[in-house]
Design a protein around this ligand. Structure first.
Ligand SMILES: C[S@@+](CC[C@H](N)C(=O)[O-])C[C@H]1O[C@@H](n2cnc3c(N)ncnc32)[C@H](O)[C@@H]1O
Length: 250
């Protein structure tokens, strides 16, 4: 899988991608990265990439020519990958989009800056727009890094155990269960006894119940989309009863 990133800040992308899980995936060549700086595709001495908006108003607009040339250069090495613009106006990126991207061959990400990009560039060269949430950042670099990280950790061989990604939140529509590690007892409390029992069936049952319960408590919108089987329904009922009893609800 290869990622091409069109950005005015290639060092930001390279440095952030050099560490942790994504850094290991790069070292092992499970993913590849190239950055393309639109400033390298300008023709004036000032390497200008922005200009004032037609019609007036505040801020500057990313110019079409440097973007077009940078995308054309990236497309020459990754002709089959989609051009994805990070944009607060795009489709909301989520785990299911991360999974579908992980099954592909990569993407050419365009990181916007300023008030945005010349719309003609978007209309002609962008295959898809992705947002990481309903808030506005100063540039598309952090969103591109977020998408790359979420996709990379799903690729076979990237995490120490591939199963860890399967148990993450959203993978099956529920939130993850709570996690504990040593010490068994601390000032803040004890590890739930079932996790120390060595009984794998009971542990799996407890984890599933906690996942369903956390989803019910925190993200009822996700729960409403699930078609729970009888076993899950019973586990969730048990969690709800425990929760009500703990909180003194009749
Ligand atoms: C200051 S923003 C421009 C926002 C634009 N004027 C608007 O209101 O839609 C500059 C760039 O940051 C990126 N960006 C900002 N927020 C984002 C988000 N929530 N998701 C993805 N990209 C975002 C986009 O690439 C955008 O072109």
């Amino acid at each position: 899988m290869r990622f091409d990133v069109i950005t005015l800040f290639p060092e930001f992308i390279r440095q952030a991608m050099a560490i942790g899980v994504v850094g290991r995936a790069l070292d092992r060549q499970i993913i590849g990265l190239d950055c393309w700086n639109p400033r390298d595709y300008t023709e004036d001495n000032y390497r200008t990439v922005d200009d004032r908006p037609y019609g007036g108003g505040p801020g500057m607009v990313f110019m079409i020519e440097p973007l077009r040339r940078a995308v054309q250069a990236a497309r020459r090495v990754a002709p089959d990958n989609p051009v994805i613009l990070l944009s607060p106006q795009g489709q909301r990126f989520d785990q299911s989009r991360a999974k579908s991207m992980a099954a592909g061959s990569g993407a050419i990400f365009v990181c916007g800056r300023y008030e945005g990009l010349d719309q003609r560039f978007v209309d002609h060269y962008v295959d898809e727009e992705l947002s990481i949430g309903d808030f506005v950042l100063s540039g598309g670099e952090l969103p591109a890094l977020a998408v790359i990280d979420a996709v990379t950790r799903l690729l076979p061989g990237v995490l120490h155990t591939d199963a860890s990604a399967i148990e993450d939140s959203f993978m099956d529509g529920t939130l993850d269960c709570p996690h504990y590690t040593r010490p068994e007892k601390s000032e803040e409390g004890e590890v739930p006894a079932v996790l120390l029992s060595g009984n794998h069936a009971l542990i799996a049952r407890w984890r599933r119940k906690q996942s369903l319960g956390a989803t019910w408590l925190r993200r009822p919108d996700l729960l409403a989309q699930l078609n729970l089987n009888k076993v899950d329904q019973a586990l969730l009922r048990e969690f709800m009863d425990d929760h009500k009893a703990e909180n003194g609800v009749q």
